[in-house]
Write a protein that binds this ligand. Structure first.
Ligand SMILES: [Zn+2]
Length: 272
């Protein structure tokens, strides 16, 4: 969660603009700040905020405030500061991609007044930012807001590892219960960001990286139990560090449950 003074940030950026733009922005500053307080009380839940109409010139000025955060511009330090908030530099939406950009949780095309509000700017990877686009919510389900919501604690992500001609990994996320809920939002995010595809690709690379370790456990005697126990330990370790819904926890758990994989199926990865 950004700790900087949000209202001062907004005002400082507005005051740095050229005279005509600055006067357009200062005319709406009280109403923008009031709306932002509403945003904070609602923890960014969009359904509580109706889009506000602005004159086209004011709207343009609000949106272009965000340009002041670009590299080389006066407020680039804010961008760097927000990017540094990501845990271990990893995207909170896909639990994998390196953080590279700021996502407007509520898009600036719909909510231009929040274009530079720190708690609306979430560090994410390029892939998630590109796919998310300007979607806000659908049927009461929306993206998780990593500043205001903890990830779900119940296990929602499941993987399956099968061994035939090659090793195949599939992911699915499901929940029982109704929207709105953190679980429903998690599954919405999983679907919208096509995380099944992303996790599948990352999983192949992850298992390839582990294949020599698995081969050591397997040994010349073909000790499948040692491979299974290794994968179970890895699954427990990831779950304890990153939560039960981290894709690596689901992956290792699924691999440990596949008899064919533990019984030498993983060797296919060495020749892939
Ligand atoms: Zn991502």
């Amino acid at each position: 969660m950004p700790s900087r003074d949000d209202e001062k940030t907004f005002s400082d950026i507005c005051l740095s603009r050229r005279t005509a733009t600055r006067s357009r922005l200062t005319s709406v500053t009280p109403s923008v700040l009031a709306r932002y307080r509403q945003y904070l009380r609602a923890k960014g839940v969009p359904s509580t905020l109706d889009p506000q109409r602005f004159d086209p010139e004011v709207r343009e000025a609000l949106i272009s405030n965000y340009d002041q955060l670009s590299s080389g511009r006066s407020f680039a330090g804010i961008r760097a500061e927000l990017l540094s908030l990501a845990r271990a530099g990893r995207c909170p939406m896909c639990d994998g991609g390196p953080v590279a950009t700021l996502d407007h949780y509520l898009p600036k095309s719909v909510f231009p007044e929040f274009s530079v509000m720190p708690k609306n700017l979430v560090p994410v990877c390029y892939r998630c930012n590109n796919i998310k686009q300007d979607v806000i919510e659908e049927s009461g389900r929306r993206f998780l807001h990593s500043y205001f919501e903890d990830p779900p604690i119940e296990a929602l992500l499941d993987a399956e590892v099968s061994v035939e001609e090659s090793v195949t990994i599939t992911f699915r996320a499901s929940y029982s219960g109704e929207a709105p809920s953190v679980a429903a939002n998690y599954c919405f995010q999983f679907e919208r960001l096509r995380l099944a595809d992303y996790f599948q690709l990352e999983s192949v690379a992850e298992l390839c990286d582990r294949s020599l370790a698995m081969q050591d456990y397997f040994g010349d005697d073909g000790d499948s139990s040692a491979v299974r126990e290794y994968l179970e330990r890895e699954a427990a370790s990831v779950a304890s560090l990153h939560g039960v819904n981290h894709w690596k926890a689901a992956l290792f758990s699924a691999a440990s449950k596949s008899t064919a994989f533990c019984n030498g199926g993983f060797l296919q990865l060495l020749h892939a």
